[in-house]
Design a protein around this ligand. Structure first.
Ligand SMILES: Cc1ncc(COP(=O)(O)O)c(C=O)c1O
Length: 390
């Protein structure tokens, strides 16, 4: 792909993308009533949304947002440090720290802003970042912005990671950075082993729990780190989002008091942005209370994950699921988009994902499951999907 050098080149660039089946198009949803949505006028079943627990339309969250909006208004009118910190923000941060069992927590406006803000403020050009090759784009961008040396190790390859750690001079500060649940593949980072490596090589471990919170954690569903049973550690920084299983919007960092204080001083995406509105903060607070009180939705989600897996296997699809994210690798870009369209025509919204979001040659349907899907709807999807795969 040639680079854009002049406005006249824009059309050429877009046409070239289109001819390569790489042009991205926005599809508009009207009237979502999950797991069904009306997509450009047609009612379809949504199998690509990250609202894993269906909380985006939960009455308790809607009521919390409504009440907070009525009481505080629709916006805060300021950044967190200049008049934009409401008692709601501090309540949410205290609740998060308890949920995550960390000393402190801080709310960011989005997961993208959190990752860019965390990495660019904690890491400097003398440091080394060790990043899994399939990390989310926001971690990639944060690492680049930090100006530290970035070493990308092959996906989940801890031997390669250890070799890089071993070969890095002792005086260098080291940061291991990984998704816990990989957003496009649904597989899991081996957190206990990563923590052990971080301890052995005196490195920080930065975890992106965007797809972990609400889905993993034997007691409180606070994320995949909870499954390690290791509890809070001074060198572990957990970020995550409210925008997926928690149904809302925004992100958080849970870590030691010193890490949080440092982010407040130096994290530009935290400092230079108007704080999240009251309604959003209140519904986020309601969401973390709800998942801690009641595991039924998480249980229903896992029931659907196991159901999809067993039915697909019976029908001859060789898959093992670790999370609600199901990558169906097609490979070819245009074929992937043809499958997306064929499924849409059959009443299923399963967005195709192409490079650069995923590596070249691995275009895929990225299916997701929700606690709200019925077994019968999963059966219907499989009945349409499997003939396509041949
Ligand atoms: C792993 C991961 N990290 C970060 C983000 C960014 O979060 P947000 O959508 O809140 O910006 C996403 C998804 O969007 C993600 O999948």
């Amino acid at each position: 792909m040639s680079e854009v050098t002049h406005p006249n080149d824009l059309r050429k660039t877009l046409d070239a993308l289109d001819s390569e089946s790489r042009l991205r198009r926005l599809k508009t949803i009207t009237n979502p009533l999950r797991p069904q949505v009306e997509l450009e006028g047609t009612r379809v079943l949504d199998f690509c949304n990250n609202d894993y627990l269906g909380l985006s339309q939960h009455p308790r969250l809607i009521e919390a947002a409504r009440e907070a909006t009525a009481r505080y208004g629709v916006g805060t009118g300021g950044s967190r440090l200049i008049g934009g910190t409401l008692d709601l923000h501090t309540q949410l941060e205290a609740a998060l720290a308890r949920f995550k069992a960390t000393e402190a927590a801080l709310v960011f406006n989005s997961g993208y802003q959190a990752n860019v803000g965390i990495l660019s403020s904690l890491i400097n050009r003398h440091d080394v970042v060790f990043a899994d090759k399939l990390n989310h784009a926001s971690l990639v961008d944060g690492a680049l912005l930090s100006r530290g040396k970035v070493v990308r190790y092959p996906h989940l390859d801890l031997e390669a990671l250890e070799k890089h750690l071993r070969n890095t001079p002792g005086g260098k500060r080291k940061f291991i950075v990984t998704d816990t649940v990989f957003s496009m593949d649904g597989d899991l980072a081996p957190l206990s082993a990563l923590s052990e490596l971080a301890d052995r090589y005196q490195a920080w471990l930065i975890l992106d729990e965007a797809h972990g919170i609400g889905v993993f954690g034997p007691h409180h569903r606070s994320g995949l780190w909870e499954e390690t049973g290791l509890g809070p550690k001074a060198n572990v920084i957990q970020m995550g989002t409210f925008s997926k299983a928690l149904g809302g919007f925004g992100a958080y960092v849970a870590a030691s008091r010193d890490v949080i204080q440092t982010l407040i001083q130096f994290s530009r995406s935290f400092i230079y942005s108007t704080s999240l509105p009251p309604g959003v903060i209140a519904s986020n607070l309601a969401a973390i209370e709800l998942v801690q009180e009641n595991g039924d939705l998480t249980q229903a989600l896992w029931d659907n994950i196991r159901y999809f897996e067993s039915q697909a296997r019976q029908l001859g699809l060789d898959i093992m699921l670790s999370s609600p994210i199901i990558p169906i690798i097609v490979g070819d870009d245009s074929k992937t988009m043809r499958f997306t369209q064929a499924l849409l025509d059959a009443g299923f919204y399963c967005q195709g994902i192409r490079p650069p979001t995923v590596p070249q040659g691995t275009s895929r349907l990225r299916l997701t499951l929700s606690a709200l899907h019925q077994h019968q709807q999963i059966d219907q999807l499989l009945a349409c999907l499997l003939p396509l795969l041949g």
